[in-house]
Design a binder for this molecule. Structure first.
Ligand code: ASP
Ligand code: MG
Length: 411
């Protein structure tokens, strides 16, 4: 039997009614002849509540016990889903991560999946079980402790199962009906994409479109798992949602397929540093040691051996960056005259695999922004992406203007 993985997020299993609705969807796939692996999240809000309880009980909590508590939300929905399916006369059984077993490393709270041996579940399919309901987000460490995969980790569980069981597809049921060309709250003309390439999705996910956990997309790309994002609140059809797939499976693509915007950015400039070998390392070494995620970097042309260095990072890491650079200066490892911090910036990016073969995209983007009177502070490019840092108050305007200019409302 072909295997299908179906994942239901927190809003799709928020109460018994919704679990019944999700179970019906599973029933449709079973009727088509699939053996189905259902991955469930905790009921919406549940994980937040559990995280809160842990913090209240023990501010400096033991991460092993955090995982023991926080993983429990999924156990409830897995059992309830199996019961609901049984009530519909569909042979189903629930599995917690350790029972599969979904083996992870020991990084509690952010564990990485190491192996999912399919034998146990396959044996049950062989005995007539039609649906294995697996608690998402959790696994077991080499020490035999329960682990969790980090917030949003059920997406990653689902993709890992699809890879381990060589599933035909991995359907992610959520509360949005797919991946959009941009955030529909910012731009009314945003259009749902039928297909998007893994690499584009990765760029959009890491640039602030929070539909899927980024790691799940990385995993899907590595194992070529066809991923579909769709709403559990809309009628089912074969073309519903957005298929995230390999480039080869996309016939025709626009040059730009998405405009991503990220509000929480900051720009920092080290003024008057020595332009000499090792200077970049002496700045970005301490930042990296302090866990600052530096994104864009520019170094100015130097005059008489001195220059400036500008970089961007998430706004909530500014304090940490300031501290790390201050300490490096105090320790005599770095000299600069001033650290200028700008927290009124945002990042807007155009993403598309079509950029690989088409030139002029950057020029067009800059022209559009200039026509709107928007000043660009920092530019960064990759093969399939152009990002600019601009003043935050222009974010909506920039997204809308770029969406129009690249005609993203058209398929
Ligand atoms: N329940 C977990 C969370 O809220 C995992 C997930 O739903 O993906 O982060
Ligand atoms: Mg999620």
């Amino acid at each position: 039997m072909p295997v299908l993985v179906m994942k239901f997020g927190g809003t799709s299993v928020a109460n018994l009614d919704r679990i019944r609705r999700a179970a019906k969807r599973v029933g449709v796939e079973v009727a088509k002849g699939y053996d189905v692996i259902v991955i469930v999240s905790a009921m919406s809000g549940k994980t937040n509540e559990l995280v809160g309880w842990v913090g209240e009980t023990s501010p400096m909590y033991d991460a092993r016990e955090y995982d023991a508590v926080v993983s429990s939300g999924e156990n409830v929905t897995a059992g309830l889903m199996a019961l609901t399916l049984q009530e519909m006369d569909i042979p189903a059984r629930s599995w917690q991560g350790w029972q599969v077993p979904l083996k992870t490393n020991s990084a509690h709270g952010a564990a990485r999946i190491e192996e999912i041996p399919p034998e146990n579940i396959m044996a049950k399919f062989g005995e007539g079980m039609k649906v294995a309901v697996v608690a998402g987000f959790q696994g077991i460490s080499p020490e035999g402790r329960i682990t969790t995969l980090g917030r949003g980790g059920s997406d990653t569980t689902a993709v890992a199962f699809a890879a381990a069981f060589d599933a035909e597809r991995c359907d992610i049921y959520t509360d949005v009906d797919g991946v959009y060309t941009t955030d529909p709250r910012i731009c009314q003309k945003a259009r749902k994409l039928d297909r998007i390439a893994f690499e584009e999705m990765l760029e959009l996910a890491s640039l602030g479109a929070k539909v899927l956990q980024t790691r799940s997309v990385e995993l899907a790309m590595r194992y070529n798992v066809k991923l579909r994002v769709l709403s559990s609140f809309e009628e089912q059809s074969d073309t519903a949602g957005t298929l995230i797939c390999a480039e080869e499976d996309i016939m025709e693509s626009n040059v730009v397929n998405g405009i991503a915007a990220s509000r929480e950015e900051a720009k920092m400039t080290l003024v008057t540093i020595a332009d000499e070998p090792g200077i970049a390392a002496s700045i970005f070494g301490p930042l990296s040691d302090a866990g600052v995620n530096v994104d864009m970097i520019i170094q100015n042309i130097s005059e008489e051996g001195v220059t400036d260095m500008t970089f961007s990072c998430p706004i909530d890491q500014v304090k940490r960056a300031e501290k790390a650079l201050g300490e490096a200066r105090d320790a005599g490892k770095l000299t600069f005259e001033e650290l200028a911090i700008d927290t009124e910036v945002c990042k807007v990016s155009a993403v598309g695999i079509g950029m690989r073969s088409q030139s002029g995209v950057a020029a067009k983007m800059f022209k559009v922004l200039s026509d709107e009177g928007i000043n660009i502070k920092v530019i960064a490019t990759s093969e399939i992406k152009i990002s600019v840092l601009i003043e935050r108050k222009y974010m909506e305007l920039a997204v809308q203007a770029l969406h129009d200019a690249f005609e993203l409302e058209k398929a």
